[in-house]
Design a protein around this ligand. Structure first.
Ligand code: CP
Length: 330
């Protein structure tokens, strides 16, 4: 197991992740991916530690895979459900976090519809001089770091499942397509994928892909391009990541009809012909079938990595909990 030089406690953003940190997460996750293939999938690494999932916004994949990851590492888990919690009686989010702290929680996994909530809780934990680690499980349209890492892991595994690492992606091309503006997944992927020497092509309608995105990757090893025409972005792509229209975060954006959107920006088997013959499709989920991707393509086992993303998510989240938890002396 790789544990060298891991000094990061909170995981709030991928913006300042170093190449060495990415490779450490990838290699640690590869070890856990192998463990998940065994008959006995549990290891004692975090025995006695407490991981609390504080999800103030709905989730299927992230919440359950963080819980399963913690259980596979033998940690105790607590699951917070806002609708049945004392939030409904007026308790604040910070007081909720302090309540979990008082129960001896070591790591808190936070999802919230507002950007910055995980940072606010991390700052409070630091101010109180605690060793509690905060993991951002998606905050508004800011970031979703564990999703960015599991996407990177899934892409690297296509080339070397046993030894995934950044240098495998040199010269590869990925198109990220759809509602970039409202996507925290796209933000985290911009940081992780431009940390490699890949070409990252963002594509979407101008209302969902403002020009200022072009400035995000300028000082990084990868090259970032913007396209309002999907066909340009897809030319010779090795990977295509499609994104859901995140209507829950849209305020005053006028969208074409979903049918028109699918015609202009939906991924289909026909459109895939523009890409490399061995192109692979990713989607962070949840998917709106027939809008950003056709059902036929989503269910094509030769093209779709969507199920692998879910499985890999457990291994990557095990890696994060392990690296942080062992670093805390667990
Ligand atoms: N990708 C993702 O965050 O999915 P969930 O909302 O189901 O957690």
């Amino acid at each position: 197991m790789v544990t060298t030089n891991w000094n990061r406690r909170h995981i709030l953003s991928l913006a300042d992740f170093t190449a060495a940190e990415y490779d450490t997460v990838l290699q640690t996750a590869a070890s856990f991916r192998e463990v998940l293939g065994r008959r006995t999938k549990k290891v004692p690494a975090l025995q006695g530690q407490v991981v609390a999932n504080l999800f103030f916004e709905p989730s299927t994949r992230t919440r359950n895979s963080f819980e399963l990851a913690a259980k596979r590492l033998s940690a105790d888990t607590l699951n917070f459900a806002p609708g049945t919690s004392s939030l409904t009686k007026g308790e604040t989010i910070l007081d909720t976090a302090k309540t979990y702290l008082a129960m001896g929680t070591d790591m808190m996994v936070i999802r919230h519809r507002e950007a910055g909530v995980p940072l606010a809780i991390a700052s409070e934990m630091d101010r109180l001089n605690t060793q509690v680690a905060i993991l951002n499980a998606g905050d508004g349209q800011h970031e979703h770091p564990s999703q960015g890492l599991l996407d990177l892991f899934t892409i690297c595994r296509v080339f070397d499942p046993e030894n995934p690492r950044l240098d495998l992606l040199r010269g590869k091309k990925i198109a990220v397509v759809g509602d970039i503006l409202h996507s925290r997944v796209a933000r985290s992927n911009i940081w992780s994928l431009t940390a490699t020497e890949m070409e990252l092509h963002l594509a979407g309608p101008p209302t969902l892909l403002p020009k200022w995105f072009a400035g995000l990757g300028s000082d990084r090893p990868g090259k970032l391009f913007l396209h309002w025409s999907l066909d340009e972005a897809l030319a010779d792509a090795d990977f295509v990541m499609t994104l859901r229209l995140q209507k829950e975060r849209m305020t005053n954006y006028l969208l074409p009809s979903l049918r028109e959107y699918h015609q202009l920006y939906g991924m289909t088997t026909e459109r895939l012909k523009l890409c490399r013959p061995d192109v692979k499709i990713l989607h962070p989920g949840p998917v709106n079938r027939g809008v950003e991707i056709s059902s036929e393509l989503m269910d094509n086992p030769d093209r779709s990595l969507i199920s692998q993303q879910v499985t890999n998510g457990i291994a990557v989240r095990m890696a994060l909990l392990y690296l942080i938890g062992v670093g805390k002396g667990g």
